[in-house]
Design a protein around this ligand. Sequence first.
Ligand SMILES: C[S@@+](CC[C@H](N)C(=O)[O-])C[C@H]1O[C@@H](n2cnc3c(N)ncnc32)[C@H](O)[C@@H]1O
Length: 270
Amino acid sequence: MSVQLDEYDEYKARQRDLWSAGDYALLSERIADVGELTAMRAELEPGLEVLDVACGAGNASLPAARIGARVTGVDLAPALLERGRTKAEREGVEITWVEGDAEELPFPDDSFDRVLSTFGHMFAPRHRRAADEMLRVCRPGGMIVTATWTADGTVGKTFAAGAPFLPPPPEYASPPVLWGREEYIHEMFGDAARSIEVDRHVNWIVDDSVESFADFFLSTFPPLVTAQAMLGERFGELREAIVAVWRDANVAQDGAFRLPQEYLLSVVRV
Ligand SMILES: C[S@@+](CC[C@H](N)C(=O)[O-])C[C@H]1O[C@@H](n2cnc3c(N)ncnc32)[C@H](O)[C@@H]1O
């Protein structure tokens, strides 16, 4: 679908502000294991050129750089790139941080041996464009390795519970959790792929109680921090809707909180 340039530019500016709210860099430490698994499944070696798309504060970039790959992280939100830069400096690893859009990656064709994305490209509104860009910058013989939340896992259900309280997405946007379906990975990458492997995995959130995690999540997860300012007193209803999903999915028997968050890990060889 064609979209007026200035309309999309405005949308991007709002997304940039949205993802800079709260403290996503802190929250993302709860899903650090996903970045590590993604880097491992990408069969990285020292010297390989790696791109982390919608890298945030570097959840996949950092483990890739620890292996010795030459890593570039690209993201819309400069505030998150800055947090990634600080983390990388603290660890003593080199990463190139670039501000840019997953739908229009600022790199020439065939620039990277590996293209990674952990819960990143799924938020670009026009999925076909994001997929085509990832394919365009990945060299023949390379791999695209992605982690995407599933619709029927806890994160997908949390998004669904929150959606009625949030501003509607633009009509040209596809739902992010479509990327959590195996058939969709084939639809997006299949024509260009030599092979595709998709497995389901679980990231575990562990906390003292549902309520303590709700306090943490609602003060760090950028879209909900932004919603809080907009919703005023209705924010309590949003919190209740999300906490209801988590109570239902909590597997802890002792009043504590153990939440399974299912995602797809996809390895696409091109
Ligand atoms: C859920 S976070 C994931 C970040 C990181 N990959 C991780 O695993 O922690 C989503 C990220 O996508 C970025 N983002 C959203 N839309 C984007 C776009 N069109 N292009 C580039 N980055 C985008 C946001 O700024 C945010 O950093």
